[in-house]
Design a protein. Structure first.
Length: 369
């Protein structure tokens, strides 16, 4: 089977790119699929995650102006060029299935290209953000949302997301994890980790404020925030740390060694406004970390079982977050039990358990079963 994946790029750290690399490699190595990755703005960069050498990568060199809305005239012209180049590419490649995994304009016009080829739309962010706004671009985007019903299948990451997508052909296929084979560190450091793009939705300022409330109680503990992103947001977070004089917390930047950092740490903290099915929580469980997280829509509640493998708290409850984090730090046994249970529970989301759901969908769409 020949699969064509569409993404904007493959050089920036992100959950979409990480899961895509593992998915592509597994399809090639375990099912002998032919896989093509088509990007719109890869800019001749190195791959951020490893790809099997048989992957055929094509970049359309659209290069949208990211300082402007996709609905700005400059980007609308680029979207037309995107349509023409993608149509030409698909006609030449003749894939059996096409999958759109990102949020560039191609997601709207893809259903109208080579209508006989099955197409799948993956949603990697929560549908709670899909709502109409008063500006013209927002209204247009809300109307374009209806075009997703023209896909042969729409895939969301957890059952709670289905309510946002009133479509006939919807599937729930969660993210997965490749369980590390090496032994984990038995000597956990007194470290709390958070990770993700430095963007407003991650709300790392909440973690900084929560840690500020309890840091003096635990002078031998530290907080590390991994990730890069908007320089302005980074400056704001660094400014907040300085303004509050918060000790033992550091913005670490991006890393290719997050798994190793997790294996040394004790707690994973998540204060996001929305998370659809965060891979980073699966990785935290596999690394034997106790997890504390906001119950944001809608991923964490589909991963964390309250007081079994982590702690779920009401969204934006900074003071309560600080209190529960303090309790977790104070009890070695409680923290250890959460971590052990998490390592067991994440096995249900191992790659070998989830990928057959994808191949089953592909076979149904191509009428092979």
């Amino acid at each position: 089977m020949k699969i064509l994946y569409l993404n904007n790029q493959f050089y920036l750290h992100g959950g979409i790119e990480k899961i895509l690399s593992q998915k592509v490699n597994y399809l090639i190595e375990e099912y002998q699929y032919k896989v093509i990755l088509c990007t719109s703005e890869h800019k001749n960069q190195s791959y951020v995650y490893p790809l099997n050498k048989s992957v055929n990568h094509i970049d359309l060199e659209i290069n949208y102006n990211r300082s402007k809305s996709y609905f700005h005239p400059i980007n609308l012209l680029k979207a037309f060029k995107h349509f023409i180049r993608l149509k030409r590419t698909i006609k030449k490649l003749k894939p059996n299935i096409i999958i759109s995994v990102n949020f560039t304009p191609e997601q709207y016009f893809l259903p109208f290209i080579e209508k006989g080829t099955p197409k799948v739309k993956e949603f990697h962010s929560s549908g709670v953000t899909l709502k109409s706004t008063n500006n013209l671009a927002g209204k247009l985007k809300y109307q374009l949302f209806k075009l997703f019903d023209k896909y042969d299948s729409v895939v969301v990451l957890n059952k709670d997301e289905k309510k946002y997508y009133p479509f006939k052909k919807i599937e729930v296929i969660p993210n997965f994890i490749k369980i590390p084979t090496q032994n984990k560190s038995l000597n956990k450091e007194k470290t709390i980790i958070a990770a993700g793009r430095l963007s407003p939705v991650k709300q790392f300022d909440h973690l900084i404020k929560a840690w500020h409330m309890i840091a003096d109680e635990f002078p031998d503990w530290q907080v590390k925030i991994f990730g890069d992103g908007d320089d302005e947001i980074k400056d704001d977070l660094q400014g907040l740390i300085g303004e509050l004089k918060v000790p033992n917390i550091k913005l670490m930047g991006s890393t290719t060694q997050l798994k190793e950092e997790m294996e040394k740490a004790s707690i994973y903290a998540m204060t996001s406004a929305t998370e659809c099915f965060p891979m980073v929580l699966l990785e935290a469980q596999a690394a034997q970390l106790a997890i504390i997280s906001y119950d944001c829509p809608n991923g964490p509640r589909n991963i964390i079982k309250e007081n079994r493998n982590g702690v779920l708290l009401p969204l934006n409850s900074i003071e309560l977050f600080a209190h529960k984090l303090s309790e977790m730090i104070s009890s070695n046994e409680y923290r250890r039990q959460l971590a052990i249970n998490g390592e067991v529970d994440v096995l249900r989301l191992e790659i070998k358990e989830i990928m057959p759901k994808w191949t089953g969908l592909f076979n149904r769409l191509t009428h092979k079963i």
